[in-house]
Ligand binder design. Structure first.
Ligand code: ZN
Length: 480
């Protein structure tokens, strides 16, 4: 069977999206492969399809439980039963049963933490691993925006598994990050496929508003004006819920919120309603969108700026997969960046927690105030690393924490520089990825765009005028 047949018969697609064929053929020819495919091009097909042409098992390392859940569900919906996710959600009995029967599965999804457990490695070793997939591979790099300390151990894990054929996937990685991926996974020779981060059918606009009240007003205007469906991103859970109330009051009733604090079943319901067109607008945190295969999203609005350019590009990339004109709007008000400063600080243990962990050797689970999942991951990893290196654990952990916080502040500043720039926005972000920018129509607010292209047909003349008037005002505000 050739790749086309599998694509048609297994997946029901008529053709490949850019980058998929190259990646798949590279893997099937037995080369270690690193592929950078822009969001919206369907990265998961790049390992799902070869799985049907290769003997043995495909292991997929994934950094997020929700992402893992989405991908296993997706495979199950296609009728694939030989799929399992090994993560901290599994009960002890379930895990033991799964580990005893791993050879029954074609697809095994794993969190990086699971790969640190000797019994998991022990159960994986006898299997024929035909492909080792590292999803969101930029997490391996300290230069990446989403560094995960446990990803750095994947090179050793690969070695323990007999150095199987490897596929590293990412949507956004600068050259420096790609180098870290190659080194981190111990891949001396690797075929690299790097596709443009540019999505020409998505117009970009940034608007500076004076305060949060103006932003709310503007959000309602934009959501009313634009052709739907669309997504509005927020940096906090509560804000998504408040926005839905306001949108509904303004007459946009087919709106719902989505965030990581909701029950899994409620999240699946919202995803499903959005996919089937029962909802026009989802107000969400960044938790929404990763597993969503929706072609016709017409707008993505950022009510709060994302913490870095890479997240921005991933999130706006959910618009316009069908190739039709779509728009991304970012609303900025002074001080918005401080939300991320606060969020970043919360990702790491504070000095008091570090002291309990090191000086008093308190069990990470018993520390007060309790460690979040991310904090615990950080603490356990670096305490262990300090011990291996025979360093003072408290000093080492603080030093690593401060390094990562500085890195996050730099990424935040890059994002702010982009927001305040008066250069072509597309050219600026392409430059960031060492790409040569191209002039194109309907580009960005700095090049000049006509918002009426993205207009919902039923919009009245008056609200269109109001929208444009506000738009002009936004351009005049300081910060532009
Ligand atoms: Zn432009």
């Amino acid at each position: 069977m050739n790749v086309e047949n599998v694509l048609h018969e297994r997946f029901g697609f008529a053709e490949f999206r850019p980058g998929q064929r190259e990646t798949i053929e590279s893997v099937l020819s037995g080369q270690h492969t690193l592929s950078m495919l822009p969001t919206g091009t369907g990265k998961s097909l790049c390992y799902q399809l070869p799985a049907y042409l290769l003997p043995g098992t495909v292991l997929i390392v994934s950094p997020l439980l929700s992402l893992m859940q989405d991908q296993t569900e997706q495979l199950k919906m296609r009728g694939e039963k030989r799929v399992i996710a090994l993560n901290s959600f599994l009960q002890y009995e379930e895990k033991t049963a799964a580990l005893a029967n791993l050879n029954r599965y074609k697809f095994i999804f794993l969190s990086p933490e699971m790969l640190q457990l000797p019994q998991v490695i022990g159960a994986l070793c006898p299997l024929t691993v035909s492909l080792f997939v590292v999803d969101e591979a930029h997490c391996i790099s300290q230069w990446g925006y989403d560094f995960r300390p446990d990803y750095r151990l994947l090179g050793d894990v690969r070695h323990e598994l007999g150095s199987p054929l490897t596929l590293a996937l990412t949507a956004t990685a600068t050259e420096k990050v790609r180098q870290d991926i190659r080194e981190g996974l111990h891949l001396p020779t690797v075929k690299e496929w790097v596709f443009s981060v540019n999505r020409p059918n998505i117009a970009l606009q940034v608007e500076t508003l004076q305060n949060q009240m103006d932003k709310h007003q503007r959000l309602i205007e934009l959501v009313t004006f634009f052709k739907k469906p669309g997504i509005v991103y927020f940096s906090g859970r509560k804000a998504t819920e408040e926005a839905v109330i306001q949108l509904k009051q303004a007459g946009i009733v087919r709106a719902a919120y989505y965030h990581g604090g909701m029950e899994a079943s409620d999240r699946l319901l919202i995803q499903h309603q959005f996919l089937t067109g029962e909802l026009d607008v989802v107000c969400a945190t960044s938790a929404f969108g990763m597993g969503i295969n929706k072609e016709n999203i017409r707008f993505v609005i950022h009510y709060h700026m994302p913490p870095q350019m890479e997240s921005y590009l991933q999130e706006i990339g959910r618009a316009g997969r069908d190739g039709n004109p779509s728009i991304a709007i970012l609303l900025y008000a002074q001080g918005d960046e401080s939300r991320h400063e606060f969020i970043a600080a919360m990702e790491f243990p504070d000095d008091g927690q570090i002291r309990q962990l090191t000086e008093y050797s308190v069990n990470p689970r018993d520390i007060q105030p309790p460690l979040s999942e991310t904090q615990e991951r950080f603490a356990v990893h670096y305490k262990q690393e300090a011990n291996q290196k025979r360093l003072n654990a408290a000093v080492y952990m603080k030093e690593r924490r401060n390094h990562l916080l500085t890195r996050k502040a730099e990424k935040r500043n890059e994002m702010l520089t982009w927001i305040f720039s008066s250069n072509c926005r597309r050219a600026d972000y392409m430059h960031f990825f060492n790409e040569k920018p191209l002039k194109q129509p309907h580009c960005c607010d700095c090049c000049g765009i006509d918002l009426s292209i993205y207009k919902n047909k039923s919009v009245s003349r008056r609200s269109e005028e109001q929208l444009n008037w506000r738009n002009m005002l936004a351009q005049l505000l300081p910060g532009k």
